[in-house]
Design a protein around this ligand. Sequence first.
Ligand SMILES: Nc1ncnc2c1ncn2[C@@H]1O[C@H](COP(=O)(O)OP(=O)(O)OP(=O)(O)O)[C@@H](O)[C@H]1O
Length: 326
Amino acid sequence: MTRDTRDTPGDAVGTAAGPATPTETPATPPAESSSAVGTAETARVCAEAVPEADGGAVSCTRLVYAFGDNRAVDGLDLAVREGEVFGLLGPNGAGKTTAIRCITTLLPVPAGMVRVFGHDAAGERMAVRRLLGYVPQQLSADSGLTGRENVALFARVFDVSRRERAARVGQALAAVGLTEAADRLAGTYSGGMVRRLELAQALVSAPRLLILDEPTIGLDPIARTGVWEHINAVRAATGMTVLVTTHYMDEAEQYCDRVGLMHRGRIRALGTPDELRRGLAERQGADTLPTLEDVFRHVAGSGLDDNSEGGFRDVRSTRRTARRVG
Ligand SMILES: Nc1ncnc2c1ncn2[C@@H]1O[C@H](COP(=O)(O)OP(=O)(O)OP(=O)(O)O)[C@@H](O)[C@H]1O
C-alpha cells in the first residue's frame, strides 16, 4: 500500500495544509460553453439545475476551473441541501473531483462562487475546512500505523482537544465498525476496512458536511454495502450532509436523495433518481421506466461513448484507486 502524495492527510482534512498548488491558469466564466450539450432536451432536464437562494450546505454558482485550456469545471451551478445525501455522477473526466476540490478549498476558486453553509470557499477557507470531512479518491490512511493511530493523527490535525481525543477516536472507529481491528496495522486491512478507516478519519472532527470521492470504487458488493450502511448510520445519528461522487448508478439510486448528472464540467440533469427516470419516460412516452443510466446517456449523449473527456490520466487514476483498496 503506497501513499499518493496528491492527497495527504493534511490535504484531506484541510486544516494544516494549504490548498494544492495550482498548475493551471485561472479561467474566466464562460458566456456559454462551447462544450455544452446544448439541446432543448437538455435544457428541460436541467430546469432545476440552479442553486437555491441560500440556506444550503453547498452552493456553487458558475464555478469555473481550468487546467491550461481544459475547462475541467465549466460554469457549474450546484446546490446541495442541508441534511441530504447528494450524488454527483459522471463519466471519467466529467469534472467531479475538480469541483469537489474547489468545494473543499484544496483548489482555489478562479471564477464563480462556492459557499459551504454560507461561508465563501475563496475568502473563508478555514471556516469552510472546519465544517467538512473529506475522503479523497487517493489513499489517505497510512499502512504502517494502526487504525487507531491513523484516526488519532487526523484528530490532531483537526485540532480535536487533547482531553476529548481518545474518546472521539474510539467513537469514530466504532461508527465504522472497526473497534475490534483498531489496534491492527492498517496494512493488514481489507479494501472495505481501509475505506471505513478513511471514513473514520473524516468523521473524527464531527463534520457537518461529509464529502466522499468515489468511496466504494474497487470494492466488492458486500464491502460497498458495508461502507454505505456506516455512512447512513452516522448520518441518521448526526443529520450531517453527504456529498458523494460515484460511477455506480445502482448506489446512486439506492442511497442518494438527489443526484446531479455531471458531464463536461456542468450539471446536465438534477433531481431525485425517481424524478429523473420518470421525466425521461414521459418525454419518450416509454411504457417501462428507464434506468438512471438511460437518463445519463440521454443527457450526455455521445460524449459517454468514447469517454472523450477522460483520457489516460483519468483511467490511470481510476485503476490506481481501485487497485489500492482491492
Ligand atoms: N492535476 C491535473 N492536471 C491536469 N489536468 C487535470 C488534472 N486533474 C484533472 N485534470 C483534467 O480535468 C478534467 C476533469 O478531471 P476530474 O478528475 O475532475 O474528473 P472526474 O469527473 O473526477 O473523473 P474521474 O471519475 O475519473 O475521477 C479531465 O479532463 C482531467 O484530465
